[in-house]
Design a protein around this ligand. Structure first.
Ligand SMILES: [Zn+2]
Ligand SMILES: [Zn+2]
Length: 570
C-alpha cells in the first residue's frame, strides 16, 4: 500500500459491494448492481497493482472496469470518498446496510429507521429494540418487530453479543492502514495494533489499536473521522469504539507515552499470558502495573524474562521455555524463507503460468519454488492427468532458464480414500517433490481417516503432508483423526508437514505444530498460491509457524535450494 492511498483495495471493494447492495435494495437494474459487485472482485484480485493503476490513470485497462467505475475507484483510493457513490448511498449510512439482510427490511423501512430514530447500524437497531420505540416507526407493526428481535437474537453480529469473527487477512489491510494513519497524526508518539491481530490469531472478532499521545483527542479524532468509519459506537476521553463500513469493529485506546509499553503488553494479551506475568510480578514483590520500561523488552527484563514475541503469548509453554534459557532469537521469520512451496498454475486451478509464478517468486528474492498442481482425482480443480503432468515439465525447465531460480517439478497428490496416492509410483518417483493432501471425503470416521493417512504416509514418495487437517476457517471443521498416532507415523517416515499459509486454511494449527515439533518432525511453510499475488500468503504461514514455536532449523524451506531439494526428493 502506498502512503498516498486513502482507502486500501479491500476497503474499496467493500464500498463497491455496498453500492451494489444498495442498488439492488433500490430495485435498480441488476446489471448496474452487478457491475459494482464485479468491480469489487476485480479490485480484490488486483490489490497489489491497484495503487500503480490509480496513479497512472490506467484502471480501465482492467477488463470489467469501465470509465465511470474507474473514476469511482480512483476517487476512493485518493480521497476516501466518491460523489457518485454518495449519490447511490443517499443519506443512508453504509453501516445500515447490515440490517438489510434482516427479515422484512425494505429500503423504505430502513430509511424510516434512519430518519425517525437516527439508526445507523445493526448495533443501533439492537439498542432501539431494547429501549422500545421501533413499533412507532412508519411501517413497523408488532409482527415485524417481533421477527426482527428474533433475527437479531440469532445473529452473531448484533452489536451486543460477541462480534462475528473473520479471518485475519480480512482485517489486516484496515489494521495496517489505520495504524499508519495514526502514526502520522500530529501529537502521536507511537501506534500499534494490539489484541488478537498482533498475536496473529487465525480468526479475530475485532481490531484493537493503541496509541501513545499526550493529546488523546488528536488520534481519537483521526480515527473517528476516517473515511472508512460508518458509526461511532462509543467515545470517551481516552478511548473510542467505531464500526467500519464493512462491519468491522475497531477500538482505539490512547495512553500517555510513559505508560505505552505496559499498555502494549497488557492489551496484546493473551489474557492467560498476562495473568502469568502478573503472578510472576507478585512472586517478586512487584506489580505488573508498577513495572517501568520504555519497551516491552524492558518490562519482560524486569520479570527476568527475554522478550517474548507476540505470536507466542498464549501460555502454551513459552514461559517455561524462557525459564529454561530459550531467548526465541531463532524463531523463524519471513526473511529466513528461501523458497516458495506449494504453487498452482493455469495447468490446474491457478491463475498464472509456470513462468509468471517463477518470475514473481524470483522478484521476491526466492531461490526456488515448487510447482505442485492438482492430481487427476481433483478433477473439479483441473487435476492433471499423467500426460498433462509431463507436458508441464518443458515449461518448468524453461522457467528455470529464464529466472535462474530452481523450479521444482511436483504435484499436490490427493490422498485417496483408501490411503493410496494419485499417480503411479514411477511418475511420483520422477518428480522433485510430492505434497499429498486430503481433498475429498473429509467426513470419514476417525478410524477410517487415521488409517487412510497412516497408509499414505507409509508410501516412500510421501514427502509433505498438505493442509493437514483440511479445515477451512469459519467454514469447514478439521477432519477427525488420531493425530498422536499420525504424528508418530510421520516422525518415522522422514516426511514433513506443511504449515499452509492460505489465510482461509492456516493448517496445521499451532496446537498440533508443537507436539509435532517435539517429535522432531520437519516442516515446510507453504503458500498454496493460486496466483502470483498469493505468494504473499507466506506471511501468514510464517505467523502460524511462529505461533507453533518453529525455529529456522525446523523449516525445510529455509535451506538453500540444493539441500531443500535433497530433503524433499521422493
Ligand atoms: Zn490442496
Ligand atoms: Zn493446493
Amino acid at each position: 500500500m502506498t502512503e498516498s492511498t486513502t482507502l486500501g483495495p479491500r476497503e474499496i471493494a467493500a464500498r463497491l459491494r455496498q453500492a451494489g447492495q444498495m442498488l439492488r435494495l433500490r430495485g435498480e437494474s441488476a446489471y448496474r448492481a452487478g457491475a459494482y459487485e464485479t468491480g469489487a472482485e476485480i479490485v480484490e484480485a488486483t490489490a497489489e497493482i491497484l495503487p500503480e493503476l490509480v496513479a497512472g490513470d490506467r484502471l480501465t485497462q482492467l477488463r470489467g472496469i469501465g470509465p465511470s467505475l474507474a473514476a469511482v475507484i480512483a476517487d476512493l483510493a485518493r480521497t476516501g470518498r466518491s460523489a457518485a457513490l454518495d449519490r447511490i448511498m443517499g443519506d443512508l449510512p453504509p453501516g445500515l446496510l447490515e440490517v438489510a439482510r434482516l427479515p422484512g427490511m425494505t429500503l423504505r423501512r430502513i430509511q424510516a429507521l434512519h430518519d425517525e430514530l437516527g439508526i445507523a447500524s445493526a448495533a443501533d437497531l439492537h439498542g432501539a429494540l431494547a429501549a422500545g420505540g421501533v413499533e412507532a416507526v412508519r411501517g413497523f407493526g408488532p409482527a415485524t418487530v417481533a421477527k426482527l428481535r428474533e433475527a437479531l437474537a440469532r445473529s452473531p453480529d448484533d452489536g451486543d453479543g460477541p462480534p462475528a469473527r473473520r479471518v485475519l487477512v480480512d482485517v489486516l489491510e484496515a489494521a495496517e492502514r489505520l495504524v499508519g494513519k495514526l502514526r502520522r497524526t500530529r501529537g502521536v508518539a507511537a501506534a500499534e495494533v494490539v489484541g488478537s491481530v498482533r498475536r496473529a490469531m487465525e480468526t479475530v472478532g475485532e481490531l484493537n489499536l493503541l496509541c501513545a499521545s499526550e493529546s488523546p483527542e488528536l488520534p481519537l479524532r483521526a480515527l473517528v473521522e476516517d473515511a472508512a468509519v460508518a458509526a461511532v459506537e462509543a467515545r470517551g476521553g481516552r478511548a473510542c469504539r467505531v464500526r467500519l463500513t464493512d462491519g468491522l469493529r475497531v477500538t482505539l485506546a490512547v495512553e500517555p507515552p510513559p505508560r505505552f509499553a505496559l499498555a502494549l503488553l497488557s492489551s496484546t494479551g493473551s489474557e492467560a499470558h498476562v495473568a502469568r506475568l502478573t503472578a510472576r510480578a507478585a512472586a517478586r514483590g512487584l506489580t505488573l502495573e508498577g513495572l517501568e520500561g520504555v519497551t516491552e523488552a524492558d518490562l519482560y527484563g524486569r520479570l527476568g524474562l527475554p522478550f517474548i514475541p507476540p505470536e507466542l503469548r498464549e501460555d502454551a509453554g513459552e514461559l517455561e521455555a524462557a525459564d529454561a534459557g530459550d531467548d526465541f532469537a531463532d524463531l523463524v521469520t519471513e526473511r529466513d524463507v528461501r523458497g516458495m512451496v506449494h504453487c498452482h498454475t493455469v495447468h490446474s486451478d491457478g491463475r498464472h503460468t509456470v513462468a509468471q509464478m517463477a518470475a514473481a517468486a524470483a522478484a521476491m528474492k526466492m531461490e526456488y519454488l515448487t510447482i505442485t498442481d492438482h492430481s487427476p482425482a481433483a478433477s473439479y480443480a483441473g487435476g492433471l492427468t499423467e500426460d498433462r503432468l509431463r507436458d508441464q515439465w518443458p515449461e518448468i525447465a524453461a522457467a528455470r532458464e529464464e529466472t535462474g531460480i530452481a523450479v521444482l517439478r511436483g504435484t499436490e497428490s490427493d490422498i485417496l480414500s483408501d490411503g493410496s496416492l494419485d499417480f503411479p509410483d514411477e511418475v511420483l518417483g520422477a518428480l522433485d517433490v510430492v505434497i499429498a493432501s486430503v481433498h475429498q471425503r473429509h467426513k470419514l470416521d476417525r478410524a477410517g481417516m487415521t488409517q487412510r493417512i497412516v497408509r499414505a504416509m507409509q508410501h516412500p514418495c510421501f514427502k509433505i503432508w498438505g493442509h493437514a487437517l483440511g479445515r477451512l476457517l469459519l467454514r469447514r471443521e478439521p477432519i477427525d483423526c488420531d493425530m498422536d498416532r499420525i504424528l508418530d507415523t510421520i516422525a518415522t517416515s522422514r516426511a514433513a508437514i506443511e504449515v499452509n499459509g492460505s489465510p482461509w486454511r492456516l493448517d496445521l494449527p499451532p496446537e498440533w505444530i508443537r507436539p509435532a515439533r517435539r517429535r522432531g518432525i520437519k516442516f515446510v511453510i507453504s503458500v498454496d498460491a493460486h496466483s502470483t499475488s498469493e505468494l504473499r500468503h507466506l506471511r501468514f504461514g510464517v505467523a502460524m509457524a511462529r505461533r507453533g514455536g518453529l525455529r529456522r532449523s525446523d523449516v525445510l524451506n529455509t535451506l538453500p535450494a540444493a539441500e531443500f531439494a535433497a530433503a524433499v526428493r521422493p
